[in-house]
Write a protein that binds this ligand. Structure first.
Ligand SMILES: *Cc1c(COP(=O)(O)O)cnc(C)c1O
Length: 469
C-alpha cells in the first residue's frame, strides 16, 4: 500500500516510511492512495475471529508488501497481552438502543493504548530494520502522552518528548505521565493550552534541518499508524451485534478527530455504518462545522472532558481531503486560509456529503454531569466525562430521529471513570476506584521537565536531553 499527503506534495511512499515520518513534509497528513474494501461475505467471515486475529485481518491491506497478516496478528497479540479484559475491547449493553464499547482496558485506562501499544511495536520493528534511531515529539491534552510514555519506555532506539499543557490535565493523567521513570522518556510541562503545544510540535516538524538532525517522528493521532489499529474495534463491536447483516451507528467523543476518522475508514472499507455521531463538549468547533459548513476557531474553554478541549482538530484535514475529492491543492488553500484567518468554509454540496455519514452534537459541562448521573442511576453504568459526552450525544441523535429506531448505537467509552475522578464524584457522590494495576499511582514519584511555550525552547530542551544519535 502506498501513502500520499493531504496537501498533494509528498509521497507516494510505503507504510513504514509514513509510520516513521508521521507528518508529511508538505505539512499535510498521510493517507492511503485508496481504501481497501472488504465484500459483505468477507466481513461476514470475520465473525468469530479473536480480537487479535481480526486486527491482523483489518490492518493487513494497509501494510501490504511490508508486514504480512500473520505478523500483524502476532504484533497485536503482543501489544494487547497486558490488557485487563480477555475481550480486549468488550461491548456492554447500556439500554435497549445503546451499547458501550469499553476502550479502557489498557495500561493507561484510555483508548489511546489500543493504538499506541501497537505503534510502539511497529516503530521498533521499522527502526531496527533500517538500523536507525528516532526522537518522538508529541503534544497531548492528557491521554496520548501517558499512553506514549508507557508504550515506548525501555526502547533504546527512541527518545520520547511529550508536551502537555501545565495544569490542564487531570491529576491522574499527569501522574501517569510523570511517574514513568525510564531513560529517554520525558513528560514536558508547558505553560499554555493544548493547541499551543500542538502548534509547537507542528512548527518543529516543519523545521526540516532540526527534523533531520534528530530524526523527528510523531506518534500523536496525525500519524496514520495511530489511526489504523483503531479501525479494528469498529469492526469487532459491529460484528458482535450482527454486522454486516445489520447496520450500526457509532457515537464518538471527539477532540482531534482521529478516533471518529477511524470509524469513517471502517465504513469506507465496507462496514455498514448508518451514522457517525461526532460528540463534542463545549469546545464545539466540529459541531458548528457540521451545522454550518464553517470551521471557525475560538478560544479553548477548559471542560470536564479535557482530552476533548481542542479547537483545531488536526485529523479533520483527512476528512476534508476526502470531501474535496482528494484535491491536495484545495486542502492546501483551505488550511492556509484557516491558519491566517482562523476560518474556512466549504460549499453546501460538500457539507451535504459530510451529512451523509456524520452528525455533530455537543454537551456542555452541566449536560455532561447530568449524563453521568443519569446513566449511573438509571442504567447502572458509571461513565467518565468523555464517555458521557458520547452517550449523551447518542441519546440526542436517537431522540431527534437522526438514528432511525432499531439501529443500535455503539457509544465509545474512551476512558475509565477513575481517570477523571473529580467530575465523576461530583455527579454521583462516589469516587470511582482505580483498577488494581494503578491503585498505587498517586503515590508514585514524579519526574518532569519544563519548557516555555515556544518552538525554540522545546528544540533546545530536546537537543539537551536526547540520549544519542
Ligand atoms: C483522545 C481522547 C479523546 C479524543 O479522541 P480524538 O481521536 O482526538 O478525537 C476523547 N476521549 C478521551 C478519553 C481521549 O483520551
Amino acid at each position: 500500500m502506498q501513502y500520499i499527503s493531504t496537501r498533494g506534495n509528498d509521497g507516494p511512499l510505503g507504510f513504514e516510511d509514513a509510520l516513521l515520518s508521521g507528518l508529511a513534509r508538505d505539512g499535510g497528513l498521510y493517507l492511503p492512495t485508496e481504501w481497501p474494501r472488504f465484500s459483505i461475505d468477507e466481513i461476514r467471515s470475520m465473525q468469530g475471529l479473536s480480537y487479535t486475529e481480526l486486527a491482523g485481518r483489518i490492518m493487513a491491506p494497509f501494510c501490504e508488501g511490508e508486514i504480512d497478516q500473520a505478523e500483524l496478528t502476532s504484533m497485536a497479540r503482543d501489544a494487547y497481552a497486558g490488557f485487563d479484559d480477555p475481550a480486549i475491547a468488550p461491548l456492554v449493553k447500556l439500554n435497549d438502543n445503546i451499547h458501550v464499547l469499553e476502550l479502557f482496558h489498557g495500561p493507561t485506562i484510555a483508548f489511546k493504548d489500543y493504538a499506541m501499544q501497537f505503534l510502539a511495536r511497529a516503530f521498533d520493528r521499522a527502526l531496527q530494520a533500517h538500523g536507525k534511531q528516532a526522537v518522538i515529539l508529541g503534544a497531548t491534552s492528557g491521554d496520548t502522552g501517558s499512553a506514549a510514555l508507557e508504550a515506548f519506555q525501555g526502547r533504546d532506539a527512541v527518545d520520547v518528548f511529550i508536551l502537555f499543557p501545565e495544569g490542564r490535565v487531570s491529576p491522574v493523567q499527569q501522574r501517569q505521565m510523570t511517574s514513568v521513570d525510564a531513560p529517554g522518556v520525558h513528560a514536558v510541562a508547558v505553560p499554555s493550552d493544548f493547541d499551543a503545544c500542538q502548534d509547537i510540535v507542528k512548527t518543529l516538524f516543519n523545521a526540516h534541518e532540526f527534523r533531520d538532525q534528530v530524526n523527528l517522528s510523531a506518534v500523536n493521532s496525525i500519524n496514520w499508524a495511530r489511526l489504523m489499529p483503531q479501525i479494528v474495534y469498529y469492526f469487532s463491536s459491529a460484528l458482535s451485534l450482527g454486522a454486516p447483516d445489520i447496520k450500526v451507528a457509532f457515537s464518538v467523543p471527539t477532540g482531534n478527530f482521529g478516533n471518529v476518522f477511524a470509524g469513517y475508514v471502517a465504513a469506507q472499507m465496507g462496514l455498514p455504518v448508518e451514522r457517525l455521531i461526532v460528540a463534542s463538549n463545549q469546545n464545539d468547533i466540529l459541531t458548528r462545522f457540521f451545522e454550518s459548513g464553517t470551521m471557525q476557531r475560538e478560544a479553548v474553554a477548559p471542560s470536564h472532558s479535557p482530552s476533548m478541549d481542542i479547537q483545531v482538530s488536526s485529523n479533520f484535514e483527512r476528512l476534508l481531503f476526502e470531501l474535496l475529492g482528494r484535491d491536495g491543492n484545495a486542502v492546501n488553500e483551505a488550511m492556509a486560509t484557516f491558519a491566517k484567518t482562523g476560518r474556512f468554509d466549504v460549499d453546501a454540496s460538500v457539507l451535504e456529503e459530510a451529512h451523509n455519514i456524520f452528525a455533530g452534537y455537543r454537551l456542555d459541562d452541566a449536560a455532561t454531569i447530568a449524563e453521568i448521573r443519569h446513566s449511573a442511576t438509571i442504567d447502572h453504568m458509571v461513565l467518565d466525562p468523555h464517555s458521557a459526552v458520547g452517550v449523551g450525544a447518542a441519546r440526542m441523535a436517537l431522540a431527534d430521529g437522526t438514528i432511525p429506531a432499531g439501529v443500535p448505537v455503539i457509544s465509545l467509552a474512551c476512558a475509565h471513570p477513575a481517570k477523571f475522578q473529580d467530575a465523576v464524584a461530583s455527579a454521583t457522590g462516589e469516587t470511582p476506584a482505580l483498577p488494581t494495576h494503578l491503585s498505587d499511582l498517586m503515590s508514585r514519584s514524579e519526574k518532569q521537565l519544563f519548557a516555555d511555550a515556544t518552538p525554540d525552547a522545546v528544540k533546545a530542551l530536546v537537543l539537551q536531553e536526547k540520549r544519542s544519535i
